[in-house]
Each structure stands twice: as C-alpha cells, then as structure tokens.
Design a protein around this ligand. Structure first.
Ligand code: NAP
Ligand code: ZN
Length: 352
C-alpha cells in the first residue's frame, strides 16, 4: 500500500478539498498509472452531492473521477498489454466478476458484480474505491484501455465516459448514413454524441435550451439545431427521427421528444436526473416507438470507440483547469456553463 494525493468531498455539502488516500501496490495483473488528465462528468457532481441517494448513496469521503488518462508507472508480473511509459486510460469500471454471461459477452457494464471506479466497495483495501481526482491509480489490466497516440490527452480523457456512453447506444441502435439522429442537451455527453453521430454518417439534429450554443452545435457536426423551448420549431420534426439520444442531466419533458420519433423509432436516455420522468403511454403506442436507457459500454467497445476516435480525429472540446478550480467548475457545470467538458490537469495536484 502507498499514499496518493487526491481531492475528496467530506459530505454532500462540503467542497472538494486536498487529501491523501491509500492505493494498493500492484498485484500480478495490475497496472499502476500516473494520472495526467481527468474529465469532470456531471455524474461526479451527482455523486459528490448525493443526488442519487435512492439508488447509489454516496460514501464519504468521496474521490470522484472516471475519465482518466495517464502514463503507466508500474505493472504486475502477469501484465502483458502494458509496459512502463505507455499511455493508458481508465473509465467508469475497475473490476467485474469475469465469469457471468455479461462478462463473457464483453459487456462488463451489465455484470452484477461490477466495481465502479469510485464509491463502490474496494475488495483490496476495504472502504470504497477512489476515482481519478488523484495523482495515481492502480487498476486490473483488463480494465485499462490503450490511448491512440494521435489523440490530445486533455481532450481524450472525457472519451472514457462521455465518449463511450454516447458511442454505445448510437451503435446499438444502428445510427449510420441515411439515419436521422437527434441529440438532446449539448453538454459533455451531448457534444460527444454530436461528433460521433456525425462521424457515423447520420443526419444530426441538436436540441438545446441554450440559444448561445447554436453555432457551436453546427461546428461540432450538427446538420440542424432546434431550440427545444420553441414549440413551432419542435413541431417541424414530428414523427421524423430514427433515433434520439437524451443526455439531459435535469428534469425535462421527454414526451416532447418521443413525439418526434418515426415508426419504430427509439429514444435512449443516458442522462440520469434524480427524479422520475413521466411518460405518456400514447406517445409510445402510436408508432410502436420505444424508450430505453443505456449505461457506459463494455471494455472491448470502449477500446473500439477510442480507435474510432483516433481514426476520425475526435476528442472532446475541453476547458483545461487546475484541480484547485474544481469547486468553481462544479458551480459552472450546474449552469451548463462549460464548452463542453472540464478536464483537470493533474500536474496541478503536485502543488498540494
Ligand atoms: P452536462 O455537461 O451538465 O450536460 C447536460 C446538458 O443538459 C446541459 O449542457 C444542457 O444542455 C442540458 N440541460 C441542463 N439542465 C437542463 C434542464 N433543466 N432542462 C433541459 N436541459 C437541460 O452533463 P453530462 O456530463 O453531459 O451528463 C449528462 C447526464 O448524463 C448526467 O445526468 C450524468 O449523470 C449522466 N451520465 C450518464 C451516464 C450513463 O452511463 N448513462 C454516463 C455519464 C453521465 P443545453 O444547454 O444544450 O440545453
Ligand atoms: Zn461519467
């Protein structure tokens, strides 16, 4: 066991502050990583503030962060895919049982025993797992991803959650050339959804509540932008979508989007607001439309997504901040005031 620097929250209402945590020494199949950048996902904020207390109560102190990119500083003797000095990345999962049907299918995100990167029982050290707002992490090799050399590291970090969480449902629901795909909410996830759906060849329509994001949406790859508060603009798209990805972090009227789906169209929720969303039965029944959700993606698919991003030169649009600005960043995230992901430069942690 050794010590690492980190930022943690002591309660749902306290700011994140500098601390020291324990990391295990690498086991035979572990990779030790010096963290260079960590993205700030809205899930970090939900978790730190215990907004998901009904489903995933937060254990304090909480060290969030699951969009991790860094450099390998140590490997256990059984590690075969990484050596010291390699770039490496870690997303939302650090372990699973490896033997259930989901794991055997490469869908570790559905394993009943998945260990998430933070706030889950840590079977090595006790307590809970600590995430990427830290200078280092030790992770089982299977859950460590290769980072393609051409990707900017600060912008690559958010691919590990925002990237895979949007890539996976776009692929699952067959978004490709000739399909009309909507993206609701131009935040961290949403802007990745736009870039990826555009690269997959779809006709992409962004729905935003922020008039000031219109030009950005087009620059990011949208073919059309709709201000969702304008019912006339919304009505023009009635019954026309093959697929809509809903990446909104707060309560909103999902029925307004279900109406926009064509026959057999699907809307997939990736945003995780704390309160239930009411759904009108008729909006689904008419048109045999479907409504579903999707969590992150499996490890193989996460690597596929990183390689796809490498091929298409896609990274997140990031505002790089030092860790000392993390609390300010959280306040801005609540106001949708970030273009379009904060990425923490972990070198700033050395000053603590
Ligand atoms: P984010 O950067 O804060 O983006 C959320 C976007 O939602 C905002 O930029 C805004 O877009 C829109 N929005 C915010 N408040 C709204 C409101 N009251 N009404 C309508 N639209 C609103 O958050 P994120 O990091 O992308 O995460 C989005 C959600 O996905 C969070 O709930 C997060 O926990 C969840 N998530 C889920 C998974 C998964 O596996 N399913 C993974 C990661 C994150 P506009 O300004 O364009 O309207
Ligand atoms: Zn996330």
């Amino acid at each position: 066991m050794h010590k690492a620097k980190a930022y943690s929250a002591a309660s749902a209402t306290s700011p994140l502050a500098s601390t020291t945590i324990a990391r295990r020494d690498p086991n035979a199949d572990d990779v030790e990583i010096e963290i260079l950048f960590c993205g700030i996902c809205h899930s970090d904020l939900h978790q730190v503030r215990n907004e998901w207390k009904e489903v995933m109560p937060t254990v304090y102190p909480c060290v969030p962060g699951h969009e991790i990119v860094g450099r390998v500083t140590g490997v256990g003797p059984a590690v075969t895919k990484f050596k010291v000095g390699d770039l490496a990345a870690v997303g939302c999962m650090v372990d699973s049982d490896g033997i259930c049907p989901a794991c055997k299918a490469g869908l570790e995100q559905f394993c009943p025993h998945t260990t998430l990167t933070y706030n889950m029982p840590d079977k090595h050290l006790g307590g809970v797992t600590f995430g990427g707002y830290s200078d280092s992490i030790v992770v089982k090799e299977h859950f460590v991803l290769r980072v393609p050399a051409n990707l900017d590291l600060a912008g690559a970090a958010p691919l590990l959650c925002a990237g895979i969480t949007t890539y996976s449902p776009l692929r699952h629901w067959g978004v490709t050339r000739g399909k009309k795909a909507g993206v609701v909410g131009l935040g961290g996830l949403g802007h990745m959804g736009v870039k990826l759906a555009h690269a997959m060849g779809a006709h992409v329509v962004v729905f935003t509540t922020s008039p000031g994001k219109k030009d950005d949406a087009l620059r990011l790859g949208a073919d059309e932008v709709v201000l969702s508060k304008d019912s006339n603009e919304m009505a023009k798209h009635a019954g026309s979508f093959d697929f809509i990805l809903d990446a909104v972090a707060a309560h909103h009227d999902i029925n307004a989007y279900i109406q926009l789906l064509g026959r057999d169209g699907n809307i997939t929720l990736v945003g995780a607001p704390d309160n239930p969303l009411p759904i009108s039965a008729f909006s689904l029944i008419m048109g045999r439309r479907s409504f579903s959700g999707s969590p992150i993606g499996g490890i193989a698919e996460t690597q596929e997504m990183l390689d796809f991003c490498s091929q298409h030169n896609i990274v997140a649009d990031v505002e790089v901040i030092p860790i000392q600005k993390v609390n300010e960043a959280y306040e801005r995230l609540v106001k949708s005031d970030v273009k379009y992901r904060f990425s923490i430069d972990m070198a700033s942690l050395k000053a603590e």
